[in-house]
Design a protein around this ligand. Sequence first.
Ligand code: AMP
Ligand code: GLY
Length: 419
Amino acid sequence: MKVLIVGGGGREHAIAWKIAQSPKVESLYCAPGNGGISDIAKCVPIKALDMEGIVKFALENKIDMVFVAPDDPLVAGMVDALEAAGIRAFGPRKNAAEIEGSKSFSKGLMKKYNIPTAKYEVFDNSEHAIEYLRHQEYPIVVKADGLALGKGVIIAAGFDQAQEAVNRIMNDRVFGNAGNKIIIEEFLSGQEVSVLAFTDGRTVVPMASSQDHKRALDNDEGLNTGGMGTFSPSRIYTPEVADYCMKHLYIPTVEAMNKEGRKFKGVLYFGLIITKDGPKVLEYNARFGDPETQVVLPRLENDIVEILDAILDERLHEIEIKWKDNAAVCVILASGGYPGEYRTGYEITGIEAAESDSAVTVFHAGTKKEDSRFYTAGGRVLGVTAVDANLDGAIKKAYKGVAKIRFKDMHYRTDIGKK
Ligand code: AMP
Ligand code: GLY
């Protein structure tokens, strides 16, 4: 079959790498892809948000399945547009992707169906929000309602900072329409775990757990980023925690979406926080996580295309999904300055040397390829991923790989996987 992946980051490289291993796939395309993806798929210069362009390409090239990986095309309804054109598309429809696209929707869903989450209030008026903030305990969390590239969450230490966050989101509109509404929410403490789950709306199958490292610098210092590294499995996601989550979080969420007439088919990402009162949902995403995918898919035994097909046909219950009894670690190599300003266009060396260890795979996040050389092209550049029998071994192998790679002003955390 012919498969098209929409997107062009490290997550999409990991998805392409896994799909390319399927004997069912004859041709693999990626729009727009990146330097690394171009080694295993034909990259086509269509932007991930170009709904018309993607539909047209899929029709003209008789694509059998389109995998829509990023949040914004899902939330904008790309799966609906593809289906309307008669193309099989993997990912939730627009009305189900709203579980990520609107935090006021997802919080309302959790409240209505008693799914454990932080207490919250929603405001569409900044004065009311600020009045409310005068009588709260701190720290408190202020969130823009819509998609904001992971930057729409502010943890405010006191009233002044919270008020400033409300003003920036609602009055200065730093996130545009994503700030039409805000959520003010109780601050929770605990370690965060990411659990991605396959679901066809009838069955939900959680994948291996993982943990992200969101801050730019070691010891969780520095600014929030899209993710500086991941490891799988999580040490704190025990079988008991998993059982609790299945019963109180995962199944109730899938059922709640059905009851709301928004059947979710695709990958549902549960952003969990393990508090002293038990696991709670911090956020949902309507897709694979980045860089969680880079440590989860290398541990999947199955042919992923069989799983995707089963989800589309709503027969996921027929598939036995198996995980390798190993561990994986992904260290992100970023451009100096990221997540602030950074420069791109620097030559990258050492990728092949790093991959000479068969346990290491280098997923490209922001690269381009010219005359068979790779150059930096984004804030997050590469995800050096290693698998081994256990986490300590995977950490060592990943950093051994990292040590072989060079580009100007390369920056990475040295403590990935230590949590
Ligand atoms: P979200 O996009 O809602 O997951 O928020 C991004 C990050 O902000 C999370 O991964 C947490 O690190 C942090 N965060 C969000 N909500 C809360 C909360 N209620 N309490 C503590 N930290 C939070
Ligand atoms: N790693 C966080 C996310 O994909 O949203």
